[in-house]
Design a protein around this ligand. Structure first.
Ligand code: ARG
Length: 454
């Protein structure tokens, strides 16, 4: 590449500084996808025999050099009507498309694991929390279904990101196409792209798809981190709702009794890296002059790191969740706190005609009275209730039945048993019905047979 224009070889320190092959070798498969004749080189790379050479700078030049070494001068034709600027954009888009598929499949497996758990514990009641304070009763399965929803949005986001990634930049040259005119539509078809970029200047400078992808991965991390945080809290002696399997827990080098939820903590921690990678690429692109600038080489490590991090986290969670032990007794004891039904009590008054704000105040006073007299809310004598509102009647005792409360939460999205069952059925259809991967499908059908509520 330097033979024509330059009189001096590149300074060693400059070469080392600029070389990207130590990380962009990972694009080799996509680099080679473009050139059918390069299969032998691919085999060499995959068998570990290929020698990556920093003096050839990056993956593209390494492959071109290897080809020339093999077939002689004809190898020099590889770069006809092509620049590394459009090529690296192409490779990255192929890489992101492949990873969207892979991460999508892993999200499906995680959803399947969550659904499996929900199916096994459909009827387990637990307190729902806001501000980490006991709020209202829910089913544990409702909690798990909530996680499935969040990961479904991640899948939707990835699908959406894919439509903007699925554009062929090859043929844009360095920035202004080439006097050698390519049939770009045909190349797009061969490489499996839905569309062809319409402006060569934009095509070589566009990394929006990489930013979007990193954003998608950052949100996956955020969802995993929030799930982790719940599980970590629930695995404490204070909650005692769940127990991680020994296979996914660590001990303490000092305290013999410890069993630590490191997988969840690491996932929470790694989410910081995912945010950092997103911020890194956005900052790299900020104020870059249009078209290609070498700064853009800095996009890759962030991208690779986020992909590796999310892939690993999804894999760990899909394996860890099925082994979590659920302590139903502890969850249901906590859900037995009658204060969880204070809102139901206010709604009881509303059903008898009180305006909600007034009912809220009445029950608020009752809760304060119960706390002062150290009585559970459901054991305050009825004459005390009557003092606060004449609308309290004998049937008030019915309010303090958790399952009855849940049964009446029937609006769309609320956790009545019918709704929860219907949601489980819905997700079985989604995950078993074809969109999930094969492995997930096999696992879920086993689950379905075992845990269909009778
Ligand atoms: N390794 C470079 C990158 O990742 C490839 C493009 C180099 N283009 C150039 N004109 N130096 O961005």
């Amino acid at each position: 590449m330097r033979k024509g224009r330059f009189n001096k070889p590149m300074a060693e320190v400059a070469q080392r500084y600029g070389a990207s092959v130590s990380f962009d070798w990972r694009l080799y498969r996509h680099d080679i996808a473009v050139d059918n004749g390069l299969r032998a080189i691919k085999v060499e790379i995959e068998s570990g025999k290929f020698r990556w050479d920093e003096s050839s700078e990056d993956v593209h030049m390494n492959i071109e050099a290897a080809l020339t070494k093999r077939i002689g001068a004809a190898g020099g034709k590889l770069h006809t009507a092509r620049s590394r600027n459009d090529q690296v954009a192409l490779d990255l888009r192929l890489y992101v498309k492949a990873e969207i598929a892979e991460i999508g499949a892993r999200l499906r497996s995680l959803q399947t694991a969550l659904l499996h758990l929900a199916g096994q514990h459909v009827e387990v009641v637990m307190p729902g929390y806001t501000h980490l304070q006991r709020a209202q009763p829910i089913f544990f399965s409702h909690y798990l279904l909530a996680q499935i929803e969040a990961f479904e949005r991640d899948l939707e986001r990835l699908r959406d990101c894919r439509t903007r990634t699925d554009v062929l930049p090859l043929g844009s040259g360095a920035l202004a196409g080439s006097t050698i005119v390519l049939d770009r539509q045909s190349i797009a078809r061969q490489l499996g792209f839905a569309r062809v970029s319409q402006n060569s200047l934009d095509a070589v400078g566009d990394r929006d798809f990489a930013c979007e992808f990193l954003f998608c991965l950052a949100i996956v991390g955020m969802h995993l981190s929030r799930l982790s945080e719940d599980l970590i809290a629930w695995s404490t002696s204070e909650f005692g709702f769940i127990e991680f399997s020994d296979a996914f827990s660590t001990g303490s080098s000092l305290m013999p009794q410890k069993k630590n939820p490191d997988m969840a903590e690491l996932t929470r921690g790694k989410t910081g890296r995912l945010y950092g990678n997103l911020m890194s690429i956005l900052t790299t692109l900020k104020a870059l002059r249009s078209s290609y600038n070498r700064d853009m080489q800095e996009d890759k490590e962030a991208l690779f790191d986020s992909v590796d991090t999310v892939r690993a986290a999804l894999e760990v969670f899909s394996a860890m969740l099925p082994e979590i032990k659920i302590h139903r007794d502890r969850m249901e004891a906590a859900a037995g706190d009658p204060n969880l039904l204070a809102t139901d009590l206010a709604e009881y008054l509303v059903k008898k005609g009180a305006p909600f704000r007034e009912a809220h105040e009445t029950v608020g006073k009752l809760v304060a009275h119960a706390a002062k007299t150290k009585l559970p809310l459901n054991q305050v004598p009825r004459q005390e209730l009557k003092k606060l509102s004449p609308l309290f009647d004998v049937d008030v005792a019915n309010v303090f039945d958790v399952r009855r409360s849940l049964a009446s939460r029937r609006a769309i999205g609320a956790p009545s048993p019918e709704n929860v069952d219907a949601q489980i059925e819905h997700w079985r259809g989604q995950l078993v019905g074809g969109r999930g991967d094969l492995r997930a499908r096999r696992r879920i059908s086993r689950t379905a047979r075992r845990s269909v509520p009778t």
